[in-house]
Design a protein around this ligand. Structure first.
Ligand code: PRP
Length: 211
């Protein structure tokens, strides 16, 4: 039996996923060691390999078949636009992709004005403004703390994830428009889905049962 490889997006999603996998009987003991510098973990009995990677790299590993199965947020799936099957909504990591800014930016969104939009998600931002709102905008890619952009005058609004709304509130910003709901998803390599269908379907069904 060949190994099935899982790629998990580092952080909260991976932690939660590992607890569900454990409930299903998929234990990756060494992965729990907070001091380990190992990158890939193997469960020989179950013929399973598992690794953690930066969220934005998970769809890449899965598209190329370096991982058969991935767990990653819907935000990353939309942004990366990779060829893969999205097979399951895990229902945790819930948040919303939104256009946010100061109250004063609200009217800029209503009059087709050329504005600057800062985001860690330039593809989602472009798609929303160009194809849904039909508003021409300049999208500026940032890598974090995006809420700074409207405060320091880099952009009029941002496109970002809102979970509790605390970051917005503490920085005098608000949700101006909602783009889409997000949560953790399971993705599968398209060839693996055919070649290893029975094993993958079994894992997905077991996962559904413990959720
Ligand atoms: C995310 C997101 C928001 C914040 C939203 O950032 O980009 O900034 O969380 O959460 P809240 O609504 O609960 O306040 P993250 O913590 O990943 O940091 P980053 O901005 O540096 O990427």
């Amino acid at each position: 039996m060949r190994y099935l490889t899982f790629a998990l997006a580092k952080g909260r999603l991976a932690k939660k996923t590992l607890t569900y996998l454990e409930k299903m009987g998929i234990e990756m003991e060494e992965m729990k060691d907070p001091d380990t510098r190992k990158l890939i973990f193997v469960n020989e009995d179950l013929r399973i390999k598992m690794f953690l990677s930066k969220a934005s790299d998970v769809p890449t590993y899965v598209e190329y078949g370096a991982a058969d199965i991935g767990v990653v947020g819907k935000d990353t799936i939309l942004e990366e636009g990779r060829k893969l099957y999205e097979v399951m909504d895990l229902g945790f990591g819930k948040c919303t992709m939104c256009v946010c800014g100061p109250e004063s930016a609200r009217e800029l969104l209503q009059h087709q004005q050329l504005i600057r939009v800062a985001s860690k998600y330039p593809n989602i931002a472009k798609d929303y403004f160009n194809n849904i709102k039909h508003q021409t905008v300049e999208v500026i890619k940032l890598h974090g703390s995006v809420e700074l952009a409207p405060i320091v005058g880099l952009a009029e609004v941002i496109v970002d994830i809102v979970e509790t709304g605390t970051t917005l509130k503490e920085n005098g910003l608000m949700v101006l428009e909602e783009i889409c709901p997000l949560s953790a998803r399971v993705v599968v390599n398209q060839v693996s889905m055919k070649m290893e269908n029975e094993r993958i379907t079994g894992i997905l069904n077991a996962l559904k049962k413990v959720m």
